[in-house]
Design a protein around this ligand. Structure first.
Ligand SMILES: C[S@@+](CC[C@H](N)C(=O)[O-])C[C@H]1O[C@@H](n2cnc3c(N)ncnc32)[C@H](O)[C@@H]1O
Length: 325
């Protein structure tokens, strides 16, 4: 893919094109199936027992709790995997998935090859990748970035460690990187780690290529922080290498008991992922998050997430912003 070594064109009309993968839930791109206990009219029969088995497996491997209403969505996402792996029904596919043993590699960087592999960890990784929902956007919940800028200015001159987990296709960590660059300049002593369980979105995030007009980005920021594609890529832009170099992308599963993430963090973004977890899973993640952060560190959470029952770990500091106790 070739990109011009010039800045993105600030005159491009915002929202001329939208990064479909990143801002539209994948489910919306596929025809909806009626939500029935058994999807017998479909290509593959998908009964209540199959759905319960899928629910148990995704809960065990990613902590994701699927409600009854998600059966058609799950069918739609997994039937693609059945076709790709040559299985003719769900029982056969799920048996094949489980026959390889545990999920050792999910969200720990094994199986980053996104093709449907035959090793056990690759099978599980593809299963998990298919069932995650990756909706995101640049500068989503903009008030967080205003607060982040203030916090960066307050801590200027001190080395800082920031972690953006559930980073999806990269819009969120790159929004943090842009804010850092604007607040502190290019040479600030800030390290930024971005993680997700889904290895497909991590690959997209590392590429750092988005549609021009992607939601949430002002023309000024496009111009300042992106390179515009040339020729066939003229509808695309790529994050500037100097900004991309400042972000380390890594696979990480929030429900794993052991987190090996290095020194404690000053600031953590954990947004719009806890909504997929039940209360005990959320609490386990908050306990590990607490251990992974410095006292007084800031935790940014999603607009519909609140952790008031974990006051011993985090106290509310502002709108959807917590302080590590
Ligand atoms: C809806 S997106 C949120 C993206 C971004 N944080 C935002 O707010 O725009 C949820 C992300 O959480 C990730 N995720 C789901 N379960 C996870 C887990 N157990 N560990 C780490 N990431 C997970 C998904 O892969 C997905 O990319």
């Amino acid at each position: 893919m070739s990109f011009a070594l010039r800045q993105a064109d600030a005159s491009v009309a915002p929202c001329a094109a939208v990064n479909v993968r990143s801002v539209v839930p994948a489910t919306k791109l596929r025809p909806a199936l009626p939500s029935t206990p058994t999807l017998t009219d479909s290509e593959f029969s998908f009964g209540a027992a199959d759905y319960d088995r899928v629910r148990r497996l995704i809960y065990e491997h990613a902590g994701i709790s699927l409600s009854d209403s998600k059966q058609a969505m799950v069918y739609s996402r997994l039937s693609r995997l059945l076709r790709e792996t040559g299985h003719t029904n769900f029982q056969e596919y799920l048996k094949w998935l489980e026959s390889g043993g545990g999920s050792g590699g999910v969200g720990v960087g094994v199986g980053v090859n996104t093709s449907i592999g035959t090793s056990s960890s690759e099978r599980w990784q593809s299963f998990v990748n298919a069932l995650t929902t990756n909706l995101t956007a640049f500068f989503r919940e903009e008030h967080h970035f205003v607060e982040l800028e203030t916090e960066l200015a307050r801590r200027a001159g001190k080395p800082l460690r920031i972690w953006c987990n559930a980073a999806s296709t990269g819009e969120e960590p790159y929004s943090i990187a842009m804010t850092m660059n604007e607040a502190l300049g290019p040479n600030a002593a800030v390290s930024l780690l971005a993680t997700d369980i889904d290895t497909n979105v991590l690959s997209a995030a590392r590429r750092g290529v988005y549609n021009i007009g992607a939601r949430g980005l002002s023309p000024e920021r496009m111009h300042r922080h992106f390179l515009k594609g040339k020729g066939d890529n003229s509808a695309l832009m790529r994050i500037k290498p100097e900004l991309a170099r400042g972000v380390e992308f890594r696979a990480h599963n929030l429900i794993h008991a052991q987190w090996n993430l290095g020194d404690p963090f000053d600031i953590v973004f954990c947004r719009n992922v806890m909504i997929y977890f039940d209360a005990p899973t959320q609490h386990g993640v908050l306990e590990r998050m607490h251990r992974a952060m410095k006292p007084g560190g800031l935790l940014f959470v999603g607009h519909s997430e609140s952790f008031n029952d974990a006051k011993d770990l985090f106290r509310l500091r502002g709108k959807t912003i917590y302080e590590r106790v």
